[in-house]
Design a binder for this molecule. Structure first.
Ligand SMILES: Cc1ncc(COP(=O)(O)O)c(C=O)c1O
Length: 385
């Protein structure tokens, strides 16, 4: 790329067999909601994540919505969600007529802090008849959605342990962490259900799409049923409950199969470029890259840079002038108008992360020259040049 060409935050990489498979789907006429690519995508995805079953859906938000219903979340329940997240899990809770409770994240993973979870459960909740209730509101805590922020695995072990004793089903929001490892196993495989997104900015994309994964065959069957209009007869239009048309179409699944073939390369490239950023920025004052935990291997989907002396918005503007795109972290959920009435707990570090972190370009087609230009630009800003 020339020295002042635009460097976007993240663009899709469709350099594999995506065209070939999509063309095949189109030529055969199987472009819609059933077809061999849907089956192949689900089967290969389950193998990749290391789970028994995968169910393709229309996007990650739909995956979360169906998963919450499968976990038994009902009207009037509460669901624990990190305050620091993209809005989708909180919205999915609201779709179930339940209320999100927002908990704090920790700096070491950028995800839900297990110590804060423990405090919340001990101080604010009580166990009654084998179920956990919020003492203030009297509502049942029906599920929890830990999210692997920017691909960095949450500390799952203590969260799983706490949830087991409190009888709270875990739905992993692994939408950002396809290919990441926590203690040797893929994220998304730890919870009762795991959810993925194939939105255009994700490590692999189908344009739009999502996946639910689980080791529970019955839940998998129900996920398929609910996401395919709850049709109970293969021929007659018989539907046995209110279902959803959340199916991923065959032509997009074909793209997914092509993308999945490249996942190993995508993760390797993301990690290699990330290392370049770490090295190049090691001497830049007031800016450092976030680093994964020792027991984790992040897919480094997004590249979070921690800032000491400049705000994320000021740096976004300064980089914009140099034709480099960057994005701040999401606004905390409890500050958004539709969730202002919801409880938040232990969110001091989440506030700090929001105030100090900026995501810098991370596409898999970034050249060494691009990475060097971004780093040089950051250094110039740090030095007020
Ligand atoms: C943390 C998180 N959860 C859920 C989603 C929802 O995925 P989708 O956009 O495919 O609905 C996304 C991404 O978009 C996300 O980043």
């Amino acid at each position: 790329m020339s020295s002042n060409s635009f460097i976007p935050l993240s663009v899709p990489n469709l350099s594999g067999n995506e065209w070939k498979y999509a063309e095949d789907a189109i030529k055969t006429g199987w472009v819609s909601s059933v077809g061999s690519y849907v089956d192949e995508f689900e089967q290969k995805f389950a193998e990749f994540v290391g789970v028994k079953r995968a169910i393709a859906v229309v996007n990650g938000t739909a995956a979360l919505h169906i998963s919450l219903m499968l976990a038994g979340v009902e009207e009037g329940d509460e669901v624990i969600v990190p305050d620091l997240t993209f809005v989708a899990p909180a919205n999915a809770v609201a779709y179930c007529n339940a209320t999100p409770v927002f908990l704090g994240s920790e700096w070491s993973t950028l995800g839900l802090d297990p110590i804060i979870l423990q405090k919340f459960l001990e101080e604010k909740c009580e166990l009654k008849d084998g179920q956990t209730f919020n003492k203030n509101t009297g509502r049942r805590i029906a599920a929890i959605i830990p999210m692997h922020t920017f691909g960095n695995p949450v500390d799952m072990d203590p969260i799983l342990k706490l949830c087991q004793t409190s009888n709270i089903p875990v739905i992993e929001d692994a939408t950002e962490s396809l290919g990441s490892l926590y203690k040797g196993a893929k994220t998304g495989s730890f919870g009762l259900l795991g959810c993925f997104s194939f939105n255009g900015n994700k490590i692999m994309t189908t344009g739009g799409g999502g996946m639910i994964v689980t080791n529970d065959e019955k839940l998998a069957d129900r996920a398929k049923h609910l996401s395919t209009t709850a049709k109970s007869d293969p021929i007659e239009y018989d539907h046995d409950e209110i279902g959803y048309n959340y199916r991923l179409v065959n032509v997009l699944a074909a793209i997914g199969v092509g993308q999945l073939e490249q996942m190993g390369d995508f993760v390797e490239t993301k990690r290699r470029n990330y290392d370049c950023y770490i090295k190049n920025l090691s001497n830049v004052q007031g800016m450092q890259m976030f680093v994964e935990q020792e027991h984790s291997e992040s897919n480094y989907w997004m590249y979070p840079l921690i800032l000491e002396t400049i705000t994320p918005m000021d740096l976004t503007r300064a980089l914009g002038e140099k034709r480099i795109q960057a994005r701040p972290v999401w606004k905390l959920m409890h500050t958004l108008p539709m969730f202002k009435h919801c409880e938040s707990f232990g969110i001091e570090d989440s506030e700090e992360i929001y105030n100090k972190v900026l995501c810098i370009p991370c596409s898999t087609d970034l050249s060494e020259e691009d990475v060097n230009r971004v780093c040089k630009s950051l250094e110039e800003v740090a030095n007020n040049e």
